[in-house]
Design a protein around this ligand. Structure first.
Ligand code: 5RP
Length: 268
């Protein structure tokens, strides 16, 4: 055992090798969004269901609003400094140090790289620099793959997502969070030497679509999700979370997970 493995074990479930991570780091750029206006309550209510392996959040939320019922893992978002009010959301810099993460007791850190954007170089250099510091202290690093507005159309392009994911791993990330491509997602995973997890992207049309997307990603070899809006903006977050857990940790198929979702909704 070593510190890095111990921390990774708090993210990737030891029994299944997969992880259900809920992201609540959106406010750092987008402000108070539906579903996380009262972020302390969202965290408390969802965590009480005992289905979440780990959370992704900023230090501000961790310090002021994180009081979960259980003892989930935490990935500290360590890049930011750009908002929707500013000139470019992709102009992120590092916003937290490894020392802060160790002091806060988080299990990993996360930084974004915006592939193909004007700030590709800066954000990749940030990732590589943080990866070096993380490695020194056995702190795992989640590489968050972003694309930027000009590349939105590339989100579904498996070749581009494969390139972006591989680039993130090559710059030192221990886990990659990227977008799900409906075709050839297995090729994205095959070309990435570290575990790949999917983000939600813009919210899916329905909870069933969310389940289908997650199932497709798992079939392609994803190790789980780092997802936000699809869960906490769902009309039925608790029921959906159980169904997502079924897919990730109980190997359910979409029909079984959808039945669990319907059952959960009926019991509300
Ligand atoms: C926000 C992020 C989110 O962590 C990420 O996009 C996952 O959330 P969602 O599923 O809502 O897209 O990077 O800055």
């Amino acid at each position: 055992m070593n510190g890095r493995q111990r921390r990774l074990n708090r993210i990737l479930n030891k029994k299944t090798g997969r992880s259900l991570v809920i992201a609540v780091d959106h406010g750092m750029a987008l402000g108070a969004m539906t579903g996380i206006v009262d972020i302390a309550k969202t965290i408390r209510d969802l965590d009480a269901l005992n289905k979440i392996d780990c959370w992704l959040m900023t230090k501000g939320v961790y310090v002021h609003a994180f009081d979960p019922a259980g003892d989930p893992g935490v990935i500290l978002r360590a890049s930011g400094g750009a908002t929707i009010a500013g000139p470019d959301l992709t102009r992120e810099g590092l916003t937290a140090t490894v020392k802060e993460a160790l002091h806060l007791g988080t299990d990993a850190m996360a930084t974004s790289a915006f592939i193909g954007s004007d700030f590709e170089h800066e954000t990749l250099i940030n990732m590589a620099a943080l990866a070096g510091k993380c490695r020194k202290w056995d702190m795992p690093l989640l590489g968050v793959i972003g694309l930027g507005k000009t590349n939105e159309d590339k989100k579904k392009d498996p070749k581009f997502i494969a390139l972006a994911s591989r680039v993130g791993a090559e710059h030192g990330a221990d886990i990659i969070k990227t977008y799900y491509t409906e075709t050839d997602f297995d090729k994205v995973v095959a070309g990435c030497p570290v575990p790949v997890m999917i983000a939600g992207g813009p919210k899916c049309e329905s909870d069933l679509d969310t389940l289908k997307m997650i199932h497709g990603a798992l079939q392609g070899g994803a190790k789980g999700i780092v997802m936000g809006r699809n869960v906490w903006q769902s009309p039925h977050p608790a029921a959906l979370l159980s169904a997502v857990y079924g897919l990730i940790h109980e190997n359910m198929n979409v029909t079984e997970a959808a039945e669990l979702l319907a059952h959960g909704i009926a019991g509300e």
